[in-house]
Design a protein around this ligand. Structure first.
Ligand code: CO8
Length: 257
């Protein structure tokens, strides 16, 4: 077992548990956290003692409340685009294409980059208190870590438009009915349920699992993701981006003209 400051990993019965623990920002993703998760995934990729991964957030309030708004609020278009691209390269696409099953145990808010992290995983189990959303438009942004693509793939165009254009959160129950979540259980049952699914995958052929992940992912191309990164970058530095992010930091509603 090795621990770093904000992301920890433990391995038990061939399951690696990766936990994001940044309570002051409700586990929001910053560059350091992204790199730490990346490093853990890199370390376990060829470790035969690990056959499946469960990613969760520490505490009972948030899985991940998004990308860290404070970190990127003053970014230029170029910096925004680079941050999104490196997020894809280091983490989101790494998880989506990981050769072992990755399960998100969503223990509370999964917003923006947090929902995108859960959607990059192969399966999602959530607790009843979880709230899911893509609130980026309220910040003058679009989802930049794959949300426009993976949400649409999971729940279809009409509901993806609704969630992204209204920016409103949905309940875990609604997430389940939309197919965004595989299971919803009580908070106490969250880890046992994730472990139950993980254990079932461990019984199966690792080589066949690896190929299944590759084959399923091949249904979806990467052009849409690349397009999203470019459109996401265009939002940075605009007046609406400045107003949206400033409003969040000042704890007020944005005023878009
Ligand atoms: N970034 C930074 N800090 C955050 C974030 C975040 N995403 N979310 C919460 N926090 C901080 C708050 O600022 C607050 O800090 P402080 O105590 O210092 O004021 C602390 O966490 C607790 O939060 P709240 O007081 O707001 O707690 P509430 O219970 O009142 O509300 C919410 C909880 C509803 C989750 C609320 O915190 C919220 O709306 N958070 C922001 C959610 C959001 O907009 N997420 C999307 C971010 S944008 C994004 O993810 C883009 C993804 C693509 C990025 C690509 C690279 C740039």
């Amino acid at each position: 077992m090795s621990d770093s400051k904000e992301v920890s990993i433990s391995i038990e019965n061939k399951i690696a548990f990766i936990t994001i623990n940044a309570p002051k920002t409700l586990n929001a993703l910053n560059r350091k956290i992204i790199k730490e998760i990346h490093q853990h995934l890199y370390n376990i990729k060829y470790d035969n003692d690990v056959r499946v991964v469960i990613i969760t957030g520490a505490g009972e309030k948030a899985f991940v409340a998004g990308a860290n708004i404070k970190e990127f609020a003053s970014f230029s278009k170029k910096e925004g685009q680079e941050l999104a691209q490196s997020g894809h390269d280091l983490l989101f696409n790494k998880i989506a294409n990981f050769s072992k099953p990755v399960i998100a145990a969503v223990n509370g808010y999964a917003l923006g980059g947090g929902l995108e992290l859960a959607m990059a995983c192969h399966m999602r189990v959530a607790s009843e208190n979880a709230k899911l959303g893509q609130p980026e438009v309220s910040l003058g942004l679009i989802p930049g870590y794959g949300g426009t693509q993976r949400l649409t793939q999971l729940i279809g165009k009409g509901k993806a438009f609704e969630m992204i254009l209204t920016g409103q959160m949905i309940s875990a129950k609604e997430g389940l009915s939309l197919g965004l979540l595989n299971y919803v259980v009580s908070l106490e049952e969250l880890m046992p349920k994730a472990i139950e699914i993980a254990s079932k995958t461990i019984e199966n052929s690792p080589a066949a699992i690896k190929k299944s992940i590759k084959a399923i992912n091949a249904v979806f191309g990467n052009i849409g993701l690349q397009n999203e990164v470019e459109l996401f970058g265009q939002c940075f530095g605009t007046d609406e981006f400045k107003e949206g992010t400033q409003a969040f930091l000042e704890k007020r509603k944005p005023n878009f003209k």
